[in-house]
Design a protein. Structure first.
Length: 464
């Protein structure tokens, strides 16, 4: 479907994924509007780009000839959904719209649709790829799951040659896409509320995705156990591996220093480049290697872009520095899976001095995730000197008996773990007195814990 000159209305336009699509479509030439229940940084961003954003869901927002786009969170009882059905309007999931956009690229000759997927790292790799290409003048179009530093946007139509997208596997919608370069950062058990049979179902979803275009190049992490298991189960794709050991693209002589790193890149055992990063941790070495490998496979002149890896400061909510006061540095990270938490805390540990404490503040995201990964979460915080557990952010789920943050805090056996109950505002007041000079504080989770850093800073101003 040609998206130009169409009329799109987004229900819940303020979400990170929905807003990216809205930005892209508006720049592509479509007429775009949307509604949401509250203001956010994304609604402000969209308004600044001339998109009509209405706060509140109302039947009057729906007009004839609209293509209505709804997120997974929108129920059939939503008044705009009801009105759209009364008018017999097409109602699309956001993944359907991303498929419309990506199909425009897949159908063109000499164009590349590069899709980034996997349990962890999708936002960073898709954002990093967009960043280094844009800085080198290649002007890719993109739809990613976070604000790219310097760009103040998460979606854009910039040209017809390259399209970069973050592909979400959480609800199975990844099965819809047909990429030219498929980057799989890793495959692990997650979203078990959807994938009832665990890894078997997740692997089947990735197989369906890749089978849509079997000729594509699949850039995949060979150091990840789940990725290797997937390649054994489905060996017939055009795999190009990356990793720190046995792979086509290998990072060697890795130096992690503070909150930065550098490493050599080898392809087929021949050194081809050296990369420097200004973002911390071994996981970001993997992220950069994935991006470099994908772009080299897409026939991009990687020598022309490699210098721009250094100036990438990270995506929003990915080890993002929020504030600093009295020598206390507060970072915010979206990590909500045990593996992500381990990587983030390891990066913090490697970057701090021996005198500093790492204070991890964790808000579990969804009762189902906490239940299914309970034991994995128990070992995820070993690199934290102090651990604070907040109440579960339900994301709309019903409570599960005995699956509480208090029970988890009692079960974890961390040497210095505290459970703090209450609203995020209440928690800020209770946590502030616990912090000491030179602490490295990291807020972890996919819920409203992202507000905590600024609330702690406000509490500091009150106490002065």
């Amino acid at each position: 479907m040609d998206v130009k000159n169409r009329i799109f209305h987004f229900i819940a336009i303020g979400g990170v994924g929905m807003s990216a699509l809205a930005e892209y479509l508006a720049e592509r030439g479509a007429e775009v509007s949307g509604s949401d229940i509250q203001e956010s940084k994304y609604t402000h961003l969209l308004r600044n780009k001339g998109i009509n954003v209405i706060i509140g869901h109302n039947t009057s927002n729906i007009k004839e000839n609209m293509l209505v786009v709804a997120s997974s969170a929108i129920k059939d009882t939503n008044p705009e959904i009801i009105r759209a059905k009364e008018l017999n309007l097409p109602i699309y999931h956001r993944s359907d719209v991303l498929k419309m956009i990506s199909d425009e690229f897949s159908e063109q000759e000499n164009s590349y649709f590069i899709g980034f997927s996997g349990t962890h790292g999708k936002t960073t790799t898709s954002g990093l790829c967009t960043y280094v290409m844009s800085k080198s003048g290649l002007t890719p179009s993109f739809v990613v799951g976070g604000i790219i530093p310097e760009f103040t946007e998460n979606g854009s139509f910039s040209g017809d040659k390259y399209f970069i997208a973050e592909l979400d596997e959480s609800d199975g919608t990844i099965k819809k896409y047909s990429t030219d370069i498929a980057v799989i950062n890793n495959i692990e058990e997650d979203h078990l509320d959807y994938y009832k049979n665990g890894f078997t179902d997740i692997a089947a979803a990735f197989n369906k995705y890749l089978s849509n275009k079997p000729s594509q190049v699949v850039v995949i992490n060979n150091d990840n156990e789940g990725s290797r298991k997937f390649m054994e189960l489905y060996p017939n794709y055009n795999y190009v591996t990356f990793g720190l050991n046995n792979a086509v693209y290998i990072a060697k002589d890795v130096i992690l220093k503070g909150f930065s790193s550098e490493f050599d890149i080898y392809k087929d055992n021949l050194k081809i480049d050296r990369i420097k990063l200004s973002i911390p941790g071994k996981h970001n070495v993997y992220n950069a290697l994935a991006v470099y490998s994908a772009l080299n496979e897409a026939d991009v002149d990687v020598k022309a872009i490699s210098k721009h890896f250094t100036s990438f400061s990270g995506m929003g909510r990915r080890f993002q520095k929020v504030c600093e006061f009295d020598g206390i540095k507060i970072y915010d990270d979206y990590a909500h899976h045990p593996s992500e938490i381990k990587m983030t805390l390891k990066s913090a540990k490697d970057g701090k001095s021996k005198e500093q404490r790492t204070v991890a503040i964790f808000q579990p995201h969804r009762y189902t995730r906490l239940k299914s990964l309970w034991n994995e979460f128990k070992t995820a915080f070993n690199d934290a000197d102090e651990l604070i557990i907040l109440d579960v952010y339900s994301a709309g789920e019903e409570k599960i008996e005995n699956i509480t943050s208090e029970n988890f805090a009692n079960d974890i056996n961390h040497k210095k773990c505290k459970y703090i109950a209450g609203s995020i505002e209440d928690c800020a007041e209770k946590i502030y007195p616990l912090l000491i000079k030179n602490d490295i504080v990291i807020t972890l989770g996919a819920g409203n814990i992202t507000k905590l850093g600024k609330l702690l800073e406000e509490q500091h101003q009150k106490e002065k």
